[in-house]
Design a protein around this ligand. Structure first.
Ligand SMILES: C[S@@+](CC[C@H](N)C(=O)[O-])C[C@H]1O[C@@H](n2cnc3c(N)ncnc32)[C@H](O)[C@@H]1O
Length: 484
C-alpha cells in the first residue's frame, strides 16, 4: 500500500521521495525527465510559468558518484551499460544515464507487479535509455516505443527535421493492466466504408460467410443462395448492432442456429442483398457501434499544447497524450505517479479520469502551477465543489512496509566481516571497537536503516563524512590524500 495521500505534490529531488515510498505500491508511472538535450530550459518572461527553469545538461560533477557505486552493487549489467555509453557518447551522457539509472531502480521497486511505466524521452538519449529499461524492467517486458509527433517540421540543415519524441512503454509483468485505446476513423475512411444510411445510422457491409461450422444448418441455402464453397454462414452476435437494430431481433437470437440467425437478420432488414439478385448477402456493420481504429505506436493526432492549455512551462506536454496513457494502463482509483511532473499535466489528467495521483518536482514554481491548474482544469463535482484538496510536501516519506528494522548498529559485526576489517573511507584496517556504523545515503537525504545502506567507517572518516553524500565524502578524502 502506498504510504502517501492522494493529490500530494512533493517539492524535492524525486530520488529522495521515491526511496521513501513503499515497494509494490503504484499502478502507473509516467516520467518526462530532462532529455540531456544540452540546453537549460526556462519559461518565457511574462508567461504563467515564468520563474520555472530546470537544468538539462549533465556533467559528472552534477552526479553523485556514490550512485555509480550503488548501481555497480545492485545491478552489474546496468553498470556495464553505463560504461559502454561513456565510450560511445562521452562523460556527459554517462552522467545523465547514472542520474536516470538510480531512479529507474527505485521506480521498479515502487511499481506494482501489475504496473506499467512510460518513459518520455527524445532521440538524444532514447537508445541508451532503452538499454537501461531493458536491464531494469527486463527485455520481455518491453511493450512499445511510441513515437509522438510533437511539432511541425522545421528545417535543420543537412539532415531530416526532428519533430518527434519517444515514449518507452514497459510493464512489470504479463499481468499488467491494459485497456485497448482507439482513435476516431478519419472522414475519408468513413465516406468510403460507411456509404449508406438507414434508420439505425450509417452502415457498411461485411461478408456473412466464414470458415467451417459444426452445424449442418450453417451450409444450407438462405433464400436459395448457398454460402461460398467450403464456407458456412457466420452471422454476427446481437451486440454487433446498435440498440435500435437489436430490438428488432428475436429474444432467443443467440440460441438460434446459423441459418435461423441469418433469417432473423434478414427479417429485421439487417442484411444487404446485392442488386443483381444472384449475389450473396452481407450483414450491415453500423458506424455507431465501431470503436474506432486501434491506437498504434505512432501518434500523429495529438498536437503540441496550444491556446488556453499552454502555460509557457518549458516542455509542457499535452493533456490528451497523458489521458491516452492513463486510460490504457490504469483503472479508476489506481495510483498514478509522475516523478518529474513539471506543470502537472499528468496530475490534472489523472484527477479528471478518477485516478489517485502523486507529483514530484524540484521546482517550487511547478507546485504553484499544479494548484492553479487543478483549480482551473479539473472538472468540478456535481455539487460545484473542487474534488479534494492538494497537499504540498517537502519532507521525505517514511516507508511503512519494512516492518520494524533492528537498530542499525546491530549490523556492525556483519559489516566488519564484509569489509574484512577495512574502513570504507580511508581503506585502512582498524580494530572492531574503532569502527562506527554510517548511513551511505544519509537519513536526512532519504536513506534507510536497511543493511544495504550501511557501511563501517573509522571514527575520523565518519566525522569527515558527517551528513554528506558518499561522493562528496570520497572527493574530500582524495583531495586530502587520505584514501589509499
Ligand atoms: C521535461 S519537464 C516535465 C514537463 C511535464 N511533463 C509537463 O507536462 O509539464 C522535467 C521536469 O523535471 C523536473 N526535475 C528535474 N530533475 C528533477 C529531480 N531530480 N527531481 C524532481 N524533479 C526534477 C524539472 O524541474 C522539470 O519541471
Amino acid at each position: 500500500m502506498l504510504n502517501a495521500a492522494n493529490r500530494t505534490i512533493w517539492e524535492r529531488d524525486n530520488l529522495e521521495i521515491l526511496r521513501g515510498f513503499n515497494s509494490n505500491s503504484i499502478d502507473l508511472i509516467y516520467l518526462d525527465p530532462p532529455f540531456n538535450s544540452n540546453r537549460n530550459y526556462s519559461a518565457p518572461i511574462g508567461s504563467e510559468a515564468a520563474g520555472a527553469a530546470f537544468k538539462d545538461t549533465w556533467t559528472l560533477s552534477d552526479v553523485d558518484n556514490a550512485w555509480h557505486g550503488e548501481i555497480a552493487e545492485r545491478n552489474p549489467a546496468l553498470y556495464q551499460s553505463l560504461e559502454a555509453a561513456e565510450l560511445a557518447h562521452g562523460k556527459g551522457m554517462k552522467s545523465y544515464l547514472i542520474m536516470m539509472a538510480v531512479r529507474l531502480l527505485e521506480i521498479y521497486r515502487v511499481l506494482k507487479d501489475t504496473g506499467s511505466i512510460y518513459l518520455h524521452c527524445d532521440p538524444t538519449a532514447s537508445h541508451y535509455l532503452k538499454i537501461l529499461m531493458d536491464i531494469v524492467f527486463e527485455k520481455e517486458n518491453f511493450r512499445n516505443e511510441v513515437v509522438w509527433k510533437r511539432t511541425s517540421t522545421k528545417s535543420l540543415g543537412k539532415r531530416y527535421a526532428v519533430n518527434t519524441d519517444r515514449i518507452l512503454y514497459y510493464v512489470k509483468s504479463e499481468g499488467a493492466t491494459w485497456n485497448q485505446q482507439y482513435t476516431p476513423y478519419d472522414d475519408k475512411y468513413i465516406q468510403k466504408t460507411y456509404r449508406r444510411e438507414d434508420e439505425h445510422g450509417r452502415w457498411g457491409t461485411v461478408d456473412l460467410s466464414g470458415g467451417k461450422a459444426g452445424s449442418e444448418q450453417a451450409y444450407r441455402p438462405l433464400k436459395g443462395i448457398k454460402p461460398p464453397p467450403g464456407r458456412a454462414w457466420a452471422p454476427p452476435a446481437r451486440n454487433r448492432f446498435p440498440a435500435t437494430a437489436q430490438a428488432l431481433l428475436p429474444n432467443n437470437y443467440e440460441a438460434l442456429d446459423q441459418l435461423a440467425k441469418c433469417q432473423a437478420l434478414d427479417a429485421a432488414s439487417l442484411l444487404h442483398w446485392p442488386e443483381s439478385g444472384t449475389g450473396r448477402p452481407r450483414w450491415k456493420k453500423y458506424l455507431s457501434v465501431m470503436p474506432g481504429v486501434v491506437s498504434g505506436d505512432l501518434i500523429l493526432d495529438t498536437p503540441p499544447v496550444k491556446g488556453k492549455e499552454r502555460l509557457g512551462y518549458p516542455t509542457q506536454k499535452p493533456r490528451a497524450l497523458l489521458e491516452r496513457i492513463i486510460k490504457a494502463s490504469s483503472n479508476i482509483g489506481d495510483w498514478v505517479l509522475d516523478p518529474f511532473c513539471g506543470c502537472a499535466t499528468t496530475c490534472v489528467a489523472a484527477e479528471n479520469l478518477g485516478r489517485q495521483w502523486i507529483g514530484i518536482d524540484l521546482s517550487a514554481k511547478a507546485v504553484d502551477l499544479v494548484k492553479d491548474r487543478l483549480k482551473r482544469e479539473v472538472q468540478i463535482g456535481e455539487d460545484g465543489v473542487l474534488l479534494g484538496k492538494v497537499i504540498h510536501r517537502t519532507d521525505i516519506p517514511k516507508r511503512t512496509d519494512t516492518g520494524k528494522l533492528p537498530n542499525y548498529r546491530t549490523h556492525k559485526h556483519t559489516l566488519f566481516g564484509q569489509q574484512e576489517g577495512f574502513c570504507n573511507g580511508c581503506r585502512r584496517d582498524f580494530a572492531f571497537r574503532d569502527f562506527e556504523v554510517d548511513h551511505i545515503i544519509p537519513l536526512s537525504k532519504g536513506g534507510t536503516d536497511h543493511p544495504e545502506n550501511l557501511q563501517l567507517l573509522c571514527s575520523s572518516c565518519n566525522r569527515i563524512k558527517s551528513n554528506q553524500t558518499q561522493e562528496a565524502f570520497i572527493t574530500i578524502l582524495k583531495e586530502r590524500s587520505l584514501r589509499r
